[in-house]
Ligand binder design. Structure first.
Ligand code: NAP
Length: 478
């Protein structure tokens, strides 16, 4: 072994020390801030702790295995590093300079095998350069002053040609898009976020990421046992104990009103609401309240919940609503004369797509109405993600496309980004896939007229009032 080569770099960032520490100690996020890193991942489950391991793949083609050896929260992380080229000890020190400023010092001591010692002696400046650019990247990531990405004309055009656009729904699209993403260093400690449909697929993955970012979560679920299992799993995965459950069948408006009443009665502000609960039904069925179930679950329920808890969103002065739609909505126009699919032969995929189209219209409407109240409202679609919902409702599609489906985390990524990132908070009323803006329509055929838009909103508003009255009457009688 040669003499150790030592790097010692410091930066000052405008972030509280706890936030800087939380971001850096999940070391797989190094891929966001070190330009020399191609990919990084956690090899161990759970929040960062002594013994946590990370695999860091470098753009130069070799990989590093990091292990946390010592961890002193908000002060210091000491890691050992093994690779085929060298071994190292890396220490990252944090010092609060004020409530909003933190000094971060990175000290790395590398040991090269004697065969590489000469190269190391000849090229120390290359190592210095890599260290400096990593610290510069970390500073930029933590300062988090990115602008939201504008709509790319090329991608909007590709969307209109079905094949060039649709491959983006697959895991390949996710991987292509992520190359241009900005770091997401948001810390959500103290923020209250509600996720509906958090017991499976996209919603559960979104809840996991938000819990890891420190959010205090309320999971809305219909099955108490499933919900408790998810709370336990989230705690094991993230160490976050601030996870509450609200039981609500989102296809029953009496349940949705009762949920809104409970949330309003606490007066607890809501920083973000993720309207995710959903399903695709093959048969036309009416709920016990006499509503067609796709319409009830996918459009009326999120409409009522969001409208009713709006005062709690507005009270934060900086809230987000994230509506999960579907690429399927590109095929449909809203049918204001048949919101509940009474006419003609029922097709579940059509009813689903129309309800999602309705959510897109509502997204645009809320965005423009609530702009001055500091509520950003956006819609996203997850692409095609491998979730229990897709497997059970579209078995043929699932079998055919399985190798191309994204993971639930990849599907949920944009919802998390819209709920959490500083850059996404600066934009409202748009449709997103993989942190990129996409057009809400691919064809003039699916565009509603201003009158149709108005009629949709009036019908939703009327159903909200009627179902509220009915649930109040029910409460009085029962
Ligand atoms: N996966 C995709 O490729 C894809 C594509 C486009 C859009 N989406 C949308 O993404 C969202 C999540 O879908 P997913 O694929 O993750 O499906 P999923 O795995 O089936 O998860 C759906 C979630 O919604 C909940 N839910 C369903 N009906 C409910 C009800 N009546 N009351 C309360 N909760 C209910 C489910 O609860 P249980 O666990 O109790 O069933 C589950 O937590 C949906 O809005 C879906 O339309 C998904």
């Amino acid at each position: 072994m040669s003499d150790p080569f030592v790097l010692d770099e410091s930066v000052t960032v405008t972030r509280p020390v706890a936030q800087a520490f939380a971001y850096v100690s999940v070391f797989s996020r190094i891929e966001e801030w070190d330009p020399a890193v191609a990919r990084a991942s956690s090899l161990t489950a759970g929040p960062p702790a002594v013994g946590s391991e990370f695999l860091v793949e470098m753009k130069l083609g070799f990989s590093l295995r990091y292990r946390i050896e010592e961890l002193d929260p908000d002060r210091r992380v000491l890691m050992s590093v093994e690779s085929r080229l060298f071994s190292a000890r890396e220490e990252i020190l944090f010092e609060a300079l004020s409530d909003t400023e933190t000094a971060i010092r990175y000290i790395a001591s590398f040991q090269f095998p004697s065969s590489l010692a000469l190269a190391n002696k000849l090229y120390p400046s290359a190592m210095m350069k890599v260290g400096k650019s990593a610290m510069k990247g970390l500073k930029t990531a933590l300062e988090d002053e990115y602008k939201p990405p504008p709509m790319s004309r090329a991608k909007a055009l590709a969307d209109q040609w079905i094949l060039p656009g649709i491959w983006r729904f697959t895991r390949l699209g996710f991987r292509a898009s992520r190359k241009s993403w900005k770091p997401m260093s948001a810390w959500l400690g103290g923020q209250h976020i509600i996720v509906t449909g958090a017991t499976s697929g996209v919603g559960q993955a979104a809840a996991t990421s938000l819990a890891l970012m420190g959010a205090s979560l309320t999971l809305v679920a219909r099955n108490p046992q499933k919900a408790q299992a998810v709370v336990d799993q989230l705690y094991r995965a993230t160490g976050n104990k601030e996870i509450a459950v609200e039981i609500c069948d989102m296809s029953l408006m009496s349940d949705v009103h009762a949920l809104a009443d409970r949330l309003l009665s606490t007066g607890r502000p809501i920083d973000a609401l993720v309207n995710n609960a959903g399903a695709l039904f093959t048969q036309r069925t009416e709920t016990p309240e006499g509503l067609e179930q796709s319409f009830a679950l996918l459009l009326l329920a999120p409409y009522i919940l969001t409208e009713r808890v709006k005062p709690l969103l507005a009270s934060t002065g900086n809230a987000r609503v994230v509506n999960i739609t579907s690429g399927g909505m590109y095929t449909q126009k809203i049918r204001v004369d048949d919101l509940q699919s009474v006419q003609g032969k029922y097709a579940g995929a059509t009813a689903y797509a129309r309800a999602k189209r309705g959510m897109m219209i509502v997204t645009e409407e809320w965005a423009s109405r609530w702009h001055n109240e500091g509520i950003a409202v956006n819609a996203m679609h997850p692409g095609w993600a491998d979730t229990p919902g897709v497997e059970s409702s579209l078995p043929g599609f699932y079998r055919l496309t399985r190798p191309l489906l994204r993971t639930p985390h990849e599907g949920a990524d944009t919802a998390v980004w819209l709920a959490a990132s500083a850059e996404a908070g600066k934009v409202s009323g748009k449709l997103w896939l993989d942190r990129e803006q996409h057009p809400a329509h691919l064809s003039a055929r699916t565009k509603e007229t201003p009158e149709e838009r108005q009629q949709l909103l009036e019908q939703l508003q009327q159903l909200m009032s009627e179902t509220r009255r009915a649930s109040r009457d029910e409460q009085l009688q029962g």
